[in-house]
Design a protein around this ligand. Structure first.
Ligand SMILES: [Zn+2]
Length: 456
């Protein structure tokens, strides 16, 4: 066993050629029946007014399960991005043109980006094997998703084992056991462990900060950012004054993979999957939008009661085990003071409410804190974020995490939409992981500092 500088204890492995890995990764994708998006495009529409926005909303009903909104219709000042399958392009473009809706093509062929992404992953795995260290600038799978397929196809199965997120979590906790521990707070619909990292320097039931990422499984940049931030917290303790002060008084909980089933599915079958993987009698559609399944404003505007919709809220509040686990954990902890929920994309930092236009009681304080956090983020790489309440900045959305947190007494509740603004959308290249994590960290650190200095 050898210890890697970045945080994993991994076994040294014999070299396997680049081509073997690359070819295997493509063969396995095909063998598993991974969805192919050749010719699918992402169109950006700039609606001029409410009427044009509602024409776009109508598309979900007119073309059920055909149009996939990456940025849904919100307000005329915000663009709408939608993925259109190759087979529907002609129809949809004709619809847009007939209603005078101007559009441009943001992504010309989604499969090209997916192939590049897969190739980058295969390349990085090869490097990880040869250096025996986890790469924080790459995307990773959750677990061994390929089952028996590698041995069947004579591909090197061990190439995938050491550099998966759940293995990384175990190695990371082992290496930093003085400050980090792993909690299992429940099981997903498909019975995967729901894991939380706890950063603590002692005490019991200290005031706490909760951070989650990956509730929407296709938002890969959020998991990668969560992993980077875990290491950052550990490496800054004792060095950075704010991190040290925070961890001497508070605990930090970090749920990196909040939707493990969905995330595994984005690797094995459908890279663009958003919901969880729950199924119920009476419908053939799979999955609930885990960011519509919370109690606050459940079932209201900006959520959908059609199980086939991407924003299906589920049969009842907290019906989904992935949501119920977090609710149970935070409620039984009883001392969480800040909650940060990380999504992508759009470059926004927002606070409650999502389900209502009504300002929350400390809205002034949240506004100024968001402003400071966004400024700290900007100073890292010059990336601009917009900020404000969810309902006035983005759109009305009901049953969301941060509204529930706020209504449960967590007055510092924030939600991020990370990079970018649509050039790559959910398919943000891995080369942007580190800069995204670095700037996001500075915003999170700002929120942590404020929470520490404003006890309640
Ligand atoms: Zn999201």
């Amino acid at each position: 066993m050898q210890s890697s500088p970045g945080g994993g204890v991994v076994r040294k492995r014999s070299p396997v050629s680049r081509w073997t890995l690359l070819v295997c990764s493509f063969i396995l994708a095909a063998a598993l029946g991974q969805m192919n998006f050749t010719g699918d495009q992402v169109l950006r529409i700039l609606a001029k007014n409410e009427k044009q926005l509602s024409l776009l909303r109508d598309l979900e009903g007119l073309k059920p399960q055909k149009v996939d909104f990456w940025r849904g219709p919100a307000r005329p000042s915000l663009p709408v991005d939608m993925r259109v399958p190759f087979s529907e392009l002609k129809d949809i473009k004709a619809y847009l043109e007939s209603h005078g809706l101007a559009y441009n093509i943001m992504i010309k062929d989604i499969q090209v980006l997916l192939d590049e992404e897969r190739e980058a992953m295969a390349k990085s795995r090869r490097l990880e094997r040869s250096t025996s260290s986890f790469s924080y600038s790459s995307y990773h799978t959750l677990e061994e998703t390929l089952g028996f397929a590698p041995s069947l196809l004579n591909c090197p199965s061990e190439k995938l084992l050491s550099f998966q997120i759940y293995t990384w979590i175990d190695n990371f906790v082992t290496e930093h056991s003085d400050i980090v521990s792993k909690l299992q707070i429940g099981h997903s619909f498909e019975n995967r462990s729901i894991l939380v990292l706890k950063f603590s320097t002692g005490g019991s039931r200290r005031p706490a900060i909760w951070i989650d990422s990956g509730i929407h499984s296709r938002e890969w940049i959020t998991h990668a950012t969560g992993i980077w931030i875990a290491r950052k917290i550990v490496s800054e303790y004792g060095k950075d004054r704010i991190v040290t002060d925070v961890l001497n008084a508070m605990d930090v909980f970090l749920e990196i993979v909040s939707n493990p089933d969905g995330f595994a599915y984005t690797h094995s079958m459908n890279r663009l999957w958003r919901k969880n993987k729950s199924s119920r009698p009476g419908t053939f559609c799979i999955g609930v939008d885990l960011n519509r399944n919370w109690k606050s404003g459940f079932g209201g505007n900006g959520s959908n009661n059609n199980p086939c919709s991407e924003t299906y809220h589920g049969p009842s509040p907290q019906s989904e085990p992935e949501v119920a686990a977090v609710v149970d954990f935070i409620m039984s902890h009883g001392n969480v003071k800040a909650l940060i929920s990380i999504h992508s994309y759009s470059q926004m930092l927002m606070y409650p409410y999502g389900h209502s236009l009504e300002p929350v009681s400390n809205q002034e304080e949240l506004y100024h804190l968001a402003k400071d956090a966004v400024q700290a983020l900007y100073e890292v790489h010059g990336i601009e974020y917009i900020y404000g309440s969810i309902s006035t900045t983005l759109y009305v959305a009901s049953g969301i995490t941060v509204d529930w947190a706020y209504d449960s007494g967590i007055k510092y509740s924030f939600s991020f939409e990370l990079r970018d603004t649509g050039r790559y959308g959910f398919l943000l290249p891995a080369t942007q992981i580190i800069p995204t994590a670095q700037e996001t960290w500075m915003a999170i650190r700002t929120i942590m500092e404020h929470t520490l200095h404003h006890p309640y």
